[in-house]
Ligand binder design. Structure first.
Ligand SMILES: NC(=O)c1ccc[n+]([C@@H]2O[C@H](COP(=O)([O-])OP(=O)(O)OC[C@H]3O[C@@H](n4cnc5c(N)ncnc54)[C@H](OP(=O)(O)O)[C@@H]3O)[C@@H](O)[C@H]2O)c1
Length: 334
């Protein structure tokens, strides 16, 4: 059966948009068709680099292009709600970068608008599309390692000195470790255990007012616990260890294209699984979005909207417990 050919629009051509466009070029049934930027020069440069046929000097012009089938939103998270609503209100399906918004209020409004307009909408969360995570989930669900008792998950890097006005350190752009990197280990834990029944959290703040490190302890019924650490001032890497009754799973992502998983049991020792570049990465979320569009599905089974809502509920709770705020933007009523 011939596949529908999908024309992508990219809204906000920054760093992650470059990675996305690079991987999109590997896919056969879709292409980068148009780019929208706040600067015509940046839009033109991006379109020339990645072979997009059209480029625009505003996001409004991009979403008004009738030939664009879906928009990938790659602006800072403080603008995700505004830009998602712009697309949805122009009848464009959306793949939106994480964090999906700054608060549950924003995310609920985005989801409601997508559902009301019967349009595809998904958070660009890489993890649930990766073969390592899918394999880990199959192992857990098979019961061969028994039940999960504890998960430890972390993400940390140290790129100091930081630009105080840059996306990571600027509260007005939704900066801080929680939304930028802390949500990955939190997502991992919820991917395997669901929403916690109780949590405690602490944050350490940078001079700009954003959280530069956070620690979270999550509690589940039957004594199951999990912990998260995320930091802009700690070279910790990115990993998730799942400790089960009869063995341990270790997941690592050195980059979106370089991932591995180990399964260790006392009987079998360590089994290491590696994945080729072609099998993992950001392109898998683009592929899933295209599969959904082709089969007229408005929501992905791999990354359902409920998973984004659940994640944002936890992020809101942590924000309240630690006093993290985004200069009032998180209280916005869209
Ligand atoms: N999934 C992942 O692995 C991953 C990795 C990194 C980042 N992200 C997410 O992707 C988003 C973008 O991150 P990034 O690192 O690509 O950011 P970035 O390089 O700073 O790019 C963001 C782009 O947004 C646009 N923009 C619009 N209003 C802006 C404003 N007031 N300030 C700054 N930029 C503004 C700019 O494009 P124009 O002005 O040209 O339109 C800018 O190039 C963030 O939400 C981040 O959390 C995801």
């Amino acid at each position: 059966m011939a596949h529908k050919f999908i024309k992508w629009g990219i809204l906000a051509p920054g760093k992650i948009a470059r990675k996305f466009a690079t991987e999109l070029a590997e896919l056969e049934n879709g292409e980068l068709f148009a780019v929208g930027s706040t600067s015509l020069l940046r839009a033109e440069e991006f379109a020339t680099t990645f072979g997009a046929k059209r480029y625009y000097d505003s996001y409004e012009a991009l979403v008004a292009d009738p030939e664009v089938d879906i928009v990938y939103i790659a602006s800072p998270h403080a603008f995700h709600a505004e830009h998602t609503l712009l697309c949805l209100n122009h009848q464009k399906p959306v793949l939106c970068e994480k964090a999906l918004g700054l608060s549950l209020t924003e995310v609920v409004k985005m989801v409601e608008t997508a559902r009301k307009n019967n349009l595809f909408f998904m958070e660009a969360m890489m993890v649930p599309h990766q073969p390592s995570y899918q394999q880990a989930k199959r192992i857990i669900e098979s019961g061969e390692l028994g039940k999960i008792n504890y998960i430890q998950s972390w993400y940390g890097f140290n790129k100091s000195p930081y630009d105080p006005l840059g996306r990571l350190m600027n509260p007005a752009l939704g900066g801080g470790a929680l939304l930028d990197i802390g949500l990955y280990p939190l997502f991992d834990i919820q991917y395997f255990l669901g929403e916690p029944h109780r949590l405690t959290a602490t944050a350490e703040f940078a001079p700009t007012g954003v959280d530069q490190s956070i620690s979270v302890r999550l509690e589940y019924p039957h004594g199951i616990t999990a912990s998260v650490f995320a930091s802009f001032v700690t070279s910790a890497g990115l990993g998730t260890d799942i400790f089960c009754e009869f063995g341990t799973i270790r997941l690592r992502r050195l980059s979106s294209l370089d991932q591995w998983m180990e399964v260790e049991t006392p009987q079998a020792g360590v089994n290491r699984y590696t994945y080729k570049e072609g099998e993992c990465g950001l392109k898998l979320e683009a592929l899933e979005a295209m599969r959904c569009l082709e089969s007229n599905r408005t929501e992905s089974d791999q990354m359902p909207l409920q998973a984004s809502i659940s994640l944002m509920k936890t992020l809101d709770q942590i924000r309240k417990l630690t006093g993290i705020n985004y200069q009032g933007r998180d209280k916005s009523n869209l």
